[in-house]
Design a protein around this ligand. Structure first.
Ligand code: PPS
Length: 284
């Protein structure tokens, strides 16, 4: 599997192209009523896309149960998805894993709203480690040790987790960016949905909120063929080797990393994250 670098960030040639990345960065126009779901990979992208889709539908699950997630919320950095995004009616939900420096420049003078979801990087890494095995054309993740070193050095699609988070956190004073964690969603999904509604300026009654919470549960999403990776074509993804809706828990890294690996992860984490914009995260 080959990689190329776009402005220093690695991307798999199988899925990404310099042309699309350049278009998205420089020419893609965000609209004022766009909602952009931004994450580092494996941090809760599908979960948040489902929540946003349900909120826009006032808790009615018909849309999320009848339309594939990538069509409801296309990833703008993928060429085919970008074409869907350009055609989708407003208000659009857009997904992206792009670091801030590659995000559409049009954001700086738009009112588009960004929801940035972070997850414990140890869990994001473990989730990736398992998921990558399903992609037929992607490089095998190798041993846990090897994959962890790639993750920690940022030699992986979308680059370093640390740089991604630090780049986006710099924007935290902007009124049109909302930060939330996967762990908060897990601890209090109802309260999180209420906060997201408030940020989006969407007023849902308690019954509608309840329906969002119910339909965004791990089990409901796993059962919803439109939201799980089962819509990814067989020629790209071997569904017998991996699944998107794998465990849906926090702390699974403890089942994979040895004590020594976890200590190495911690060292690199703190070298990179000490005092980041005075923010603390649930896993710290
Ligand atoms: S991707 O491929 O980068 O877009 O993946 P992403 O959607 O960001 O992350 C996939 C992980 O999110 C978990 N997930 C959920 N957890 C809890 N509840 C719900 N509803 C939910 N939906 C998705 C999914 O199981 C992946 O995590 P792991 O740890 O692999 O199970």
């Amino acid at each position: 599997m080959a990689y190329f670098k776009y402005k220093g960030i690695p991307f798999s040639t199988e899925f990404f192209s310099e042309e699309t990345l350049s278009y998205v960065e420089n020419d893609f126009q965000l609209l004022d009523d766009d909602i952009v779901n931004v994450t580092y990979p494996k941090s809760g992208t599908h979960w948040m896309a489902e929540i946003l889709g349900l909120i826009l539908s006032h808790g009615d699950p018909s849309w999320v149960q009848s339309t594939p997630l990538w069509e409801r919320a296309p990833w703008i950095e993928l060429g085919d998805h970008l074409q869907v995004a350009l055609k989708n009616p407003s208000p659009r939900i857009l997904n992206t894993h792009l670091p801030f420096q590659l995000f559409p420049k049009s954001f700086l003078h738009s009112k588009a709203k960004v929801v940035y979801t972070l997850r414990n990087p140890r869990d994001a890494m473990v989730s990736s480690y398992h998921f990558i095995k399903g992609f037929k054309e992607l490089k095998d993740p190798g041993t846990v040790e090897e994959f962890m070193e790639r993750f920690l050095s940022g030699e992986i699609d979308f680059g370093s987790w640390f740089d991604h988070v630090k780049g986006w956190v710099q924007m935290k004073e902007r009124a049109n960016i909302f930060f939330i964690t996967y762990e908060e969603l897990q601890q209090d999904l109802r309260g999180s949905v209420q906060k997201i509604c408030h940020f989006l300026g969407k007023e849902l009654n308690s019954q509608q909120i309840e329906s969002v919470v119910e339909n965004a549960s791990f089990q409901k999403m796993k059962d919803n063929k439109m939201s799980s990776s089962s819509t990814t074509p067989e020629n790209i993804f071997d569904h017998t080797k991996a699944t998107l809706m794998r465990k849906g828990i926090s702390g699974d890294w403890k089942n994979l990393l040895t004590v020594a690996q976890s200590e190495r992860f911690d060292r690199v984490y703190w070298e990179n994250m000490c005092g980041v914009n005075n923010m603390t995260f649930p896993w710290e």
